[in-house]
Write a protein that binds this ligand. Structure first.
Ligand code: GDP
Length: 478
């Protein structure tokens, strides 16, 4: 419901006249008995640094709630969803294109492949879904928005090159997400290819091949000459079988927006991955803060389809606005309800932008520890030289205060990049820069995502600061 200016002032323990002045300064003319809009309430609360919670009845929102209602018997196997990552020029795009053309059964041969953000291939009567945007940035950006769409990551390493900085980033991003990794050693057609060197180098990052006693699957491929692709697909199916990915196709659809844009002819279009249930033509839905009704659905072969089940990528039209990549998607029984939920979600979104801060920072670390909310402090380290990195890693590993440990989810040499910040945001981590600074774009993103960056040039100070923060004894910074 709404409230009057007087009610709000009381709630905030402020004089009504003061609140009215604030409202005026925001361009809102109001008297004490006037009812004010939710938007204004949020703005005023944010001005005073208060958190207001907009109560949304659970049965009306909550994209997660019907998750646990699935009976074991309702769950059926679904195709695994795969993302390809790796260093630039190691062959991610070529591999994605080569796999796209490997549609062995050809059941739908002749269909013109259409870019809808993801595609499916079939091997041994089983389907695999590939996300079409390679790279860990896209992957982690989705995760930072709360979307977990990938089941398996393929890390591509060029056999004529070796493990490069972005290879390591990709490994750490996949690990931080807890997603299984398959290594595709690419470009084995090249005379200078040395797959064993890649295996050797990756053991340093915890990826040990099976033949050396580890549990990481390595597959030699040539994306360009199309060698080893079926073997790679079979390994994906193997990992899928072990992990037993399932979903209930027999309920209202839920999924994630992979891409969205305003099309000149079609209006807003969203390319979504259905993750649970089945999406049908005519379904009312919410995507992020947008709503609509599925007018048309097109699959990755450019065919119009009437239904899309779990792990199926589709392009839909019928939205009122353009949602964002990573937005959750859910079908509802009627459009009126979908609209109401979209509107409430928009308010909630505005509210979280205004301040409700759930990211961990060193300043509020102690509170999170006391409340039992965190057991590991996730940290990303960027340093000027590898030596400092190692020294910091060693010292931080020794910290153990009341059972809370430091967990280094990524470390590297060089400036703090936007990709580091997005990883921090997705993993609720803080970022330590040692003798390095953030790139301007990283700085801006950190501000937006409320990621805590700490810059130091003395190792002792890093350790001291983290220990003090864990004990709740950090001096406030003014
Ligand atoms: P990305 O930046 O990781 O997406 O890499 P690309 O797919 O764009 O590939 C970079 C370059 O490597 C291109 O010139 C490709 O033709 C080449 N390339 C990719 N895969 C192979 C391969 O298996 N063998 C050879 N010889 N070249 C490849």
């Amino acid at each position: 419901g709404t409230m009057t200016v007087g009610d709000l002032a009381k709630l905030l323990h402020k004089d009504a006249s003061e609140v009215i002045k604030k409202l005026i300064s925001l361009g809102i003319m109001a008297t004490i008995n006037q009812e004010i809009e939710m938007e204004a309430i949020l703005l005023i609360a944010a001005e005073y640094g208060s958190e207001v919670e907009v109560k949304i009845p659970v049965e009306e929102d909550d994209f997660e709630k019907d998750e646990e209602k699935d009976e074991e018997a309702d769950l059926l196997p679904r195709p695994p969803v795969v993302t390809i990552m790796g260093h630039v020029d190691h062959g991610k795009t070529t591999l994605l294109d080569a796999i796209r053309k490997t549609n062995v059964t050809g059941g739908e041969a002749g269909g013109i492949t259409q870019h809808i953000g993801a595609y499916q291939v079939e091997i041994n009567q089983k389907k695999i879904t590939f996300l079409d945007t390679p790279g860990h940035e896209a992957f982690t950006l989705m995760r930072a928005r709360g979307a977990q769409v990938t089941d398996i990551t393929i890390i591509v390493v060029a056999a004529d090159d070796g493990v490069m900085p972005q290879t390591v980033e990709a490994v750490n991003h996949a690990k931080a997400a807890g997603v299984p990794i398959i290594v595709a050693v690419n470009k084995i057609d090249k005379p200078e290819a040395n797959p064993d060197k890649i295996k050797q180098e990756l053991t340093e990052y915890g990826l040990v091949p099976e033949e050396w006693g580890g549990d990481t699957i390595f597959v030699n491929v040539s994306a360009k000459q199309r060698i080893g692709l079926e073997g790679l697909l079979e390994m994906i199916l193997l990992v899928a079988e072990v992990n037993d990915y399932k979903a209930n196709p027999d309920k209202r659809a839920r999924g994630t927006v992979i891409e969205a844009e305003l099309d000149k002819g079609k209006g807003p279009v969203a390319r979504i991955l259905v993750q649970h249930g089945t999406l049908k033509i005519g379904d009312a839905f919410v995507a992020g803060n947008c709503f609509g009704r599925v007018r048309a659905m097109v699959n990755d072969r450019g065919r119009r389809i009437k239904e899309a089940g779990p792990s199926t990528p589709v392009e839909i039209t019928g939205l009122t606005e353009v949602p964002q990549a990573g937005d959750p998607f859910m079908a509802f029984e009627d459009e009126r309800k979908a609209r109401a939920i979209a509107e409430r979600r928009a308010i909630k979104h505005r509210q979280s932008e205004l301040g409700a801060n759930t990211r961990v920072t060193l300043d509020d670390l102690y509170k999170h520890i006391k409340d039992g909310e965190i057991k590991d402090l996730n940290v990303i380290i960027k340093a000027d030289v590898q030596g400092s990195n190692e020294a910091l890693k060693g010292s931080l590993a020794k910290i153990d205060i009341e059972g809370v440990r430091v967990k280094i989810i990524h470390n590297g040499v060089g400036a703090i990049t936007e990709s580091d910040i997005i990883l921090a945001s997705a993993s609720n981590a803080i970022v330590i820069g040692f003798n390095v600074r953030p790139e301007p774009q990283a700085m801006a993103t950190a501000e937006q995502e409320k990621v805590d960056i700490r810059l130091h040039n003395i190792i002792y100070n890093v350790i001291d600061e983290i220990e003090q923060a864990m004990k709740g004894m950090l001096d406030p910074v003014f």
